[in-house]
Ligand binder design. Structure first.
Ligand code: VGL
Ligand code: ZN
Length: 224
């Protein structure tokens, strides 16, 4: 399915049981970064506005950073291959990436315009040199937890709003794992952009999320 074909819920009201997760708003994912997501710069300001409202209401906000060691196995350069070449092994794939979000680099820093001051916690993922972690909750080995689900559950959170980059990778895997872990998941669809590599990956992600009951809403229809 295409983004335009998604069924949107007319309105979502934020309650005390909601958390906001802002995924990977880092220089390398935003033009002109090496793994730039088209339109990534467009979501910066509206994400700041949503974060401000969650924060003002007293709701917890978690931000994430993709945080790879040099030579990470998700990098095409680590295999002598080209970025975006298909590659699948335990914890890596379905494609290889340009070098990105190397720990401590400029590219791994948050975009200068994204406001980090509303975040209660900032969590880093993809730190294991051999395993990627698209999901905020569980690494791509599908068994190593990041701690974020326990953090949110211990605060009584039952629903997560997911925004940021990229819609068909880190947001998608987080939505999938969030549902699996028993959270309700809402995606403000105008606050996320997709990579769509390999072609069709976005469409498959949207189909899967829809089938699992992830809900999509326009950020203007989130009420406080
Ligand atoms: C991501 C590809 C590689 C993401 C991270 O944040 O969606 N995508 N690493
Ligand atoms: Zn990565």
């Amino acid at each position: 399915m295409k983004i335009e074909e998604l069924q949107l819920v007319p309105e979502v009201k934020v309650t005390d049981r909601d958390a906001l997760i802002i995924v990977d708003m880092q220089n390398d994912f935003i033009p002109p970064g090496p793994l730039q997501v088209e339109g990534g710069e467009e979501v910066v300001t509206p994400i700041n506005s949503l974060a401000e409202k969650f924060h003002a209401r007293g709701n917890v906000i978690v931000m994430t950073q993709d945080w790879h060691p040099p030579g990470h196995l998700s990098f095409a350069s680590s295999h002598g291959k080209n970025p975006f070449e298909p590659y699948e092994s335990d914890g890596i794939g379905p494609v290889l990436w340009p070098d990105h979000c190397v720990q401590g680099s400029r590219g791994a820093e948050f975009h200068p315009d994204i406001k980090t001051r509303f975040a209660r916690a900032i969590t880093r993922k993809g730190c294991n040199p051999r395993i990627d972690s698209y999901s905020v909750f569980i690494e791509n080995d599908m068994k190593t937890y990041t701690g974020v689900s326990g953090y949110l559950k211990s605060m009584g959170k039952t629903r997560v709003f997911l925004c940021g980059l990229a819609l068909d990778y880190c947001v998608y895997y987080s939505a999938r794992d969030g549902m699996k872990l028993g959270f309700e998941v809402v995606i403000p669809i105008d606050l996320s952009k997709a990579i769509d590599s390999p072609p069709g990956h976005l469409s498959d992600a949207l189909d899967f999320m829809t089938s699992r009951g992830v809900r999509f809403v326009k950020s203007m229809n989130i009420v406080f």
